[in-house]
Design a protein around this ligand. Structure first.
Ligand SMILES: [Zn+2]
Length: 197
């Protein structure tokens, strides 16, 4: 059985949002069309407390998009985004969320970010999604969403490492592309055995 995993199609990642990904909203109709054909649909939702440690605003003399060292490794600092319960954290209004059987929220612990839908940024703390998919007998995943070079790539690489058969539909993703991060993400995904469609 297969599942469509829709990563972070939220207002703050769309044009006009706090961490807008160029053209982030343009993928919504294509994702809705794919949902109709999917055996199962899972949505992920970036979901941060207002004082989350990935926000540049929480660090003295740091600007958004800078890099700092956290106890779990390097971390890009972001503008405040996807604050729990805010409009920015809501799904894009045109996304057909009624199709989803599971919504997995991530990044809700103040001290650690979670790009991947499977593990937090320490690459160890599970979100629970692996267990959900396995207990439903799902072994094949198609991933779409935002942003290609961060949450989609991290999720796809983790899924491949866990043994899932993973395809990323690049036409239904959009990237932030910070200092060449899109090229790196594509190479890393291909190397991990992710099919780029
Ligand atoms: Zn975030």
């Amino acid at each position: 059985m297969s599942a469509l995993i829709v990563i972070d199609v939220q207002n703050d990642f769309c044009p006009g949002g706090a961490l807008a990904v160029p053209e982030g909203d343009l993928i919504v109709p294509g994702i809705n069309a794919l949902m109709v054909k999917a055996d199962a649909v899972v949505l992920t939702q970036d979901w941060h407390p207002a004082d989350h440690s990935s926000f540049a605003s929480q660090h003295d003399s740091q600007e958004p998009y800078g890099l700092i060292e956290m106890p779990y490794g390097p971390q890009v600092l972001w503008p405040d985004h996807c604050v729990i319960g805010s409009d920015g954290a809501a799904f894009h209004r045109d996304l057909d969320t009624d199709r989803a059987e599971m919504v997995i929220r991530k990044g809700f612990r103040r001290s650690i970010d979670s790009y991947s839908a499977f593990f937090e940024n320490d690459h160890k703390t599970p979100t629970g999604l692996e267990g959900y998919l396995r207990t439903r007998g799902i072994s094949t995943l198609t991933m779409v969403g935002l942003a290609t070079d961060f949450c989609v790539a991290y999720s796809a690489i983790d899924a491949a490492k866990l043994g899932f058969d993973v395809t990323v539909r690049l036409d239904l993703c959009r990237a932030i592309d910070l200092n060449g991060s899109l090229d790196t993400a594509r190479q890393d995904m291909a190397q991990a055995g992710v099919t780029l469609g």
